[in-house]
Each structure stands twice: as C-alpha cells, then as structure tokens.
Design a protein around this ligand. Sequence first.
Ligand code: SAM
Length: 391
Amino acid sequence: MEYADVYLKPKRREAISEKSPWIFSGAIEAVREFDEDGQLCRIRLGDDVVATGYVNTQTNIAVRVLEFADVQVNVDFLRRRFEESRRMKESLLQGCTDAYRLIHAEGDRLPGLVVDKYGDYLVMQSSTAGIDNLRELIMEALVAVFQPKGILEKSSSTSRKTEGLESVQQVLHGEIPEEIVVEEYGMKYAVDLLGGQKTGFFLDQRENRRIIAQHAQGRTALNCYCYSATMGLGMRQAGVATLHNVDLSEGALELAARNYELNGIAPGDGEFQEADVKKFLGEIPKDFYDLIILDPPKFTASKRTVNAAIKGYKHINMTALRKIKSGGLLFTFSCSGLVDMELFRKILFYAAKDAGRDVRVVRPLHADVDHALSIYHRENEYLKGLMLYVL
Ligand SMILES: C[S@@+](CC[C@H](N)C(=O)[O-])C[C@H]1O[C@@H](n2cnc3c(N)ncnc32)[C@H](O)[C@@H]1O
C-alpha cells in the first residue's frame, strides 16, 4: 500500500506535540502522493516523519494518527495493537465476563475502529474510510490473535455519512448464530448480534448495572429505556420489591424475556411494558417509585440538534424528579457525546429546580473500564451519568 505524504504547517507543531489523534484540515499545508481518501499517510514536519495515520481530504478531521512515529501499518502492527488491548482489558476485567470492548477507537490507539468481543465471536465497526481500507488486514490480525468462530461487521455510525460511506452489515469470517449467550458476573445474557442494537449489547453499562443492583433491595423500581432488561435482572437478583421495565421496541422486550428465562427468573405482572417513556412517565402516579433509571438512546449526533436534545433530557429528568418518592434514587444517563458531563449536570440542575426537588449528587457514573479513553483525547467520552438522591 502506497502512503500519502501529509505536510503540516510549521506553526501548527502542537497538532503533533499534544498527541491528539486528530489533525484538522487547518493544520495541513499540503498532501502529496495522494491517491484516495482513507489512504495511509506519513505525517511530516519539513523532512521529518513525525507520525503515521490515514488521511481524508473531504473531512474536517483530515488525519487520524495511528502512531506518533514512522511505522508500517500491516498485519503485524494490528496484531500487536489487538494483543496489547486484550492484555489490558482482560487484566482490568479479571475474568468477570467473556464479553468486552476490545478496541474503543482512539482510546485504544485505533481511531475509527470499534471491536467488541462476545465469547468466541467478534463484532467490528468502522466509522471511517481509513478503517474501511484496512478491513482485510484487520480481519487477518483478529483471526491470528483470537481464532474467532465468526466476525461480523456492523458499521452504521452516523459519522460514516460525514465520510460519504454507506452503512454496512456483513459476515466477514466464519458464521454468526442468531443468538449468543455471554456471561457477566455470573448472569447470562442473550446477545442478538445480527438484529440487536449497537454492536449487540450495552457493554458500557456493566459497572453501572452492578452499582444499581447494590441499591435495589426492597425498592419499587422503574427501568426506563430498558433494552434487554440487564439492569432489571441485576435488580431482581438483588431483591427489588417491584420492577417495571419499559421500552418502545418489541424486539428489545423479547430479548429481555429471553434473559429472564436464561437466568431462571420469572417476570412478575407488568414487568415488561412496551411504551414510549415520555408518555409513560407523564402517566405514572406521584410517590410510587423510589428507584428510577433513565438510559435513553443518543438524543443528538450533531451540533444542530444539541438544543433539542437538552430539552429532551431536561423534560424526562424533570418528570422523573417530580414523580419519584422522597428518599428515592434516580440513575440518569446520556450517551450523546456532544453533551458532556458539565452540560449534563447543568441540565439536571434545571430539571431539579423546575421539579422543585432537593437533589444530592451521590456519584458520577461512566462507561466501564473496557471503554477507557486516551488522556490526549476527550472526544470519545460519550457515556456519562449521575446517581442522584432525591429528598
Ligand atoms: C441506551 S439503550 C438502553 C440500554 C439499557 N439500559 C441496557 O443497559 O442494556 C436505549 C433504549 O431505548 C429504547 N427507546 C428509544 N426510544 C424510546 C422511547 N421513546 N421510549 C421507550 N424506549 C425507547 C431503545 O429501544 C433502546 O432499547
């Protein structure tokens, strides 16, 4: 593969010295030996090669850095990255699960790539032309490291549109069964890789499932936007008194029912409710629930819709805060990358104020350890949450 040469403006040295994996188009003086977008490139300051990455001349993020040195990006390079990530993730998770995020894009020094491991199966997600071009090498390296039974590509992120790429879902290696069962802290969860949301399962909420369960005993709980009810199952195991899991998707609730079955837990009356949360919250009685979870889908993926997302978050949180019993716990999340923790806290401040409730922040909540971030790059910090005590 031929490498393009990307020359940085001499005055924009910080684009490299601050080790951000993103180089914006404004920092670039010239691109030479260029064949196509997504091409591998050497990043140069004068004659010196200071980094290796891939280039896209159509996007504002013009270069994504793979290494701050002159390296060959080949199967060996990718193998080393996958092995390094596997070591890190498996040591951090200490055998609590066979399902984890192996590659969290910039967080694992492979911008544009996500790889999730579900037992013997892998799901990869590419969000850039650069990663699309490396697809074959990535496959070869993943097979060498894991010998998986199957690899599924599920590339549907909104950022693909910015790169002029279509959504792709294809089996790249072996076979993908309709259902895979994974284990997490002794619980079994069914994962629908082919039909399910995201790459199949919300791995990022692993630690939050545990934290919520720790506080569930004897409570009357409402699990809003429950998907496959993994948070609900944790609460059932911990002895919650009453539980309602709510989701708009019939498929999600079918998965939820399957998860109950897999763990030998029988759902109670009304434990699964197919409904729009906004409407549902508006209709629940006051002072009935004393534990509410709000884990909505991403409300915004673009700067244009951030204001609408803020209103959306404020509305559901304000309604939940109005209705929750005194002494209740609200676990509230946002997975919109464009709403950072500071903004999310501000939204909750206004929600509490307008609901007329006194609220204590018990603890901030984040994605679990396999979604670690690069210290040089905040942009892929997408999941944030707050555990609130409502007086
Ligand atoms: C981020 S996921 C929730 C993940 C879940 N808490 C877990 O840990 O597995 C968001 C869920 O919200 C559901 N959803 C989206 N819009 C909804 C709405 N208006 N009312 C109810 N559920 C909705 C989706 O079907 C999806 O299952």
